[in-house]
Design a protein around this ligand. Structure first.
Ligand code: HMG
Ligand code: MG
Length: 306
């Protein structure tokens, strides 16, 4: 008998690989440029077509990203891949444009204290700073992505209301961000929290305008992603080997591992274009370079079989 029920999930998902930026920005010891370039190459070979490669922030605030200018200059670019970077202000955008970043990302926060700690200004001031960045990026033909941090909780203020996130996301989209990525920066959110947030945001803004960005501190990221998929969200940020963390969010673990997301999507029959074996190899190599354990459960399981 034919099953006429339609799937509650998107047919295809776009994976935004943030490992080279979010994944490496908080590493305690300097990561050599050649290792970053090799990681980008490995991720491209695995089929990822959106690589957040670096960030043009203050070099002493995030030393690990201080070589993003050189990294963009030395990249072996591929035509089908978007190489993106974070740009907190006009100075950051100028640096990104000077090295031909394909796309830039602004980052705001849903909590005032986190905004101050992260980018040294209030939420309102950050929006003022973003206006000229968006205009200059548009003039240069460079698309802009927006992030909102602390959407499910703040390390300093605790609970964050969905209304607050909705208001900020709407502003970023109206200002010209092509999509807004919802960041659970400290990885505290549960499936119930994600449900409440998306029940509030998706009817107002539409699933196509939203992406999700879960850190996995409490091990809830995959459950949260499943909720997001059921809301029709088809853009997911992840970092190979579950690398990552934010220097200004104490206690936050890495991003959800891209390998784990790919395994989840495979099980749901959702297309994504990534070769899991090559992705696992990419994660394995960077973990050896960094001499840190692989945080992807899927990668650990598959590597143990070899
Ligand atoms: P500021 O001190 O307020 O900036 O920093 P300023 O405009 O007052 O300038 C002070 C000095 O910094 C000046 O130099 C500027 O030229 C310089 P001086 O005249 O004193 O010699 N400066 C810069 N230099 C290089 N690149 C720049 C730049 N801007 C100013 N872009 C700023 C403001 C945002 C720059 C600073 O606070 C900063 O760099 N913060 C780091 C933020 C960061 O990278 N956080 C981690 C990424 S966000 C994240 O991980 C969350 C996310 O993953 C989502 C999630 O998980 O929720 C995205
Ligand atoms: Mg993050």
């Amino acid at each position: 008998m034919t099953d006429h029920r339609s799937s509650p999930y998107p047919k295809r998902v776009r994976l935004i690989e943030v490992g080279p930026r979010d994944g490496l920005q908080n590493e305690p010891t300097p990561v050599p440029l050649h290792a970053k370039l090799r990681l980008l190459e490995d991720l491209a070979n695995a089929g990822l077509n959106y690589l957040e490669a670096g960030s043009f922030v203050h070099p002493t605030r995030v030393p690990q990203m201080a070589d993003s200018d050189q990294l963009f200059q030395q990249l072996q670019r591929r035509a089908n891949i978007t190489y993106a970077a974070l740009t907190p202000n006009l100075k950051g955008l100028e640096r990104a444009l000077a090295v031909d970043a394909d796309e830039v990302a602004l980052f705001a926060a849903a909590s005032e204290t986190f905004s101050q700690k992260n980018i040294n200004c209030s939420i309102a001031e950050s929006l003022q700073r973003f206006e000229p960045v968006i205009s200059a990026a548009a003039a240069a033909g460079v698309p802009v992505r927006g992030y909102i941090s602390c959407v499910l909780g703040c390390p300093y203020e605790g609970e964050v209301s969905p209304d607050r996130v909705a208001e900020l996301a709407e502003k970023l989209l109206r200002m010209g961000c092509r999509e807004v990525s919802l960041g659970d920066t400290i990885g505290v959110g549960t499936a119930g929290d994600t449900e409440r947030l998306l029940e509030r945001l998706v009817p107002q803004l539409g699933a196509d305008a939203l992406a999700v960005h879960f850190h996995d501190t409490y091990g809830q990221a995959l459950a949260n992603i499943l909720v997001a998929l059921r809301h029709g969200i088809a853009t997911i940020d992840a970092a190979v080997a579950g690398l990552g963390g934010c220097p200004f969010a104490p206690g936050a673990a890495g991003n959800v591992a891209t390998e784990d997301v790919v395994y989840l999507l495979n099980g749901l029959g959702i297309q994504h274009g990534v070769d899991l074996d090559r992705l696992v190899a990419a994660g394995d190599r960077i973990c050896h370079t960094l001499q840190r354990p692989n945080a992807s459960r899927v990668a650990r399981a598959l590597l143990a079989q070899r």
